[in-house]
Ligand binder design. Structure first.
Ligand code: PMV
Length: 309
């Protein structure tokens, strides 16, 4: 019998980068894209991994120990002292584009952890899955805030402050977001590292920039909870300016952001690590398709329309 688990993608609505420095950020799951893992017993010896999306068909021991999938499996088996190693077939597939700010790494980690936990009868509470996924994120991303693994684990809107217990928030009235992917994969580790260099060179300046971002995230949460979602547009624009100041936007992101605004979006910003990956735009639902079209014409490789409710 095989055991399966799935985890959604995510986007950050407000507060990326500043969240690494203790300011609040808001993120939501994006269920249109997801990572899916199936674990089953195997008659052949070893732990066999099939991940056709990345053209990986191999036995665990052929992978370097710091390979993202190998590190999840090794750490899981170590955590639960599973010995001897069972013979397994692990099938991994994902519709979440990699290195684009949609949380693909965290989603694969969470789905794989849950599928292993279920198949090997080692039950894990959400908090345990989240803490485990955070340790894996730290192996691959330097100094992550933990927002990706948190929103992906709980699959709920999250008001996130690094190191604090998870807080979800209510959505007073549903609103629509258009997500545009530049198609450029940009490692978050690099943009996070570059922001750190800026911060190290001028602590005072960047602390005040991060404070402004934190205030935007707080105000955004209040507006979302009270159903005044139209006010988020202006906050997105302000947040995007501050992200540009942090040097994490790019000409391609700026082009998609401008295209969205010209097509009638109420506001737009990059989302996630930046330099490439995705941008988001807030739209009236009746304009979603035309904003999506404009973003595509401006170069987006893929567009997702998602409802936050
Ligand atoms: O994983 P991404 O690209 O969505 O970005 C994560 C958000 C950052 O604030 C840039 C980094 C972090 O760890 O919070």
């Amino acid at each position: 019998m095989s055991h399966t688990a799935s985890a959604p993608g995510k986007i950050i609505l407000f507060g990326e980068h500043a969240v690494v420095y203790g300011r609040p950020a808001l993120a939501i799951p994006v269920t249109q894209v997801h990572a899916d893992v199936q674990v089953s017993g195997s008659s052949r010896a070893g732990i066999w991994i099939q991940a056709p999306d990345v053209n990986l068909h191999t036995e665990l021991n052929t992978l370097p120990s710091d390979h993202p999938l190998a590190s999840v499996i090794h750490n899981f088996l170590f955590l639960f002292r599973v010995s001897p190693f069972p013979n397994l077939e692990i099938r991994i597939s994902s519709t979440i584009p990699v290195a684009s700010g949609l949380g693909s790494g965290a989603a694969v980690t969470v789905a794989l952890t849950r599928a292993l936990s279920s198949f090997l009868s080692r039950p894990m509470a959400d908090e345990e899955v989240n803490a485990f996924a955070y340790e894996i994120e730290k192996l691959h991303h330097g100094t992550p805030s933990g927002i990706d693994n948190t929103v992906v684990t709980y699959a709920k809107p999250v008001y996130f402050i690094k190191g604090q217990p998870i807080e979800t928030f209510k959505v007073g009235a549903a609103f629509t977001i258009v997500i545009g992917d530049t198609g450029i994969s940009a490692p978050t580790k690099e943009s996070v590292g570059d922001v750190r260099k800026l911060w190290e060179a001028d602590n005072g300046k960047w602390e005040s920039v991060f404070d402004r971002v934190g205030k935007i995230a707080e105000e955004a949460r209040k507006n979302i909870e009270s159903g005044k979602w139209e006010l988020l547009g202006e906050l997105m624009d302000q947040n995007h300016l501050l992200l540009q100041e942090m040097t994490v936007s790019s000409p391609e992101l700026d082009r998609l952001v401008s295209a969205a605004r010209s097509a009638g979006a109420l506001g737009a910003k990059l989302s996630g690590g930046g330099r490439g990956g995705n941008m988001i735009a807030l739209v009236n639902v009746n304009l979603a398709e035309s904003v999506a079209k404009s973003i595509r014409e401006a170069g987006a490789q893929r567009v997702i329309i998602t409802q936050v409710s």
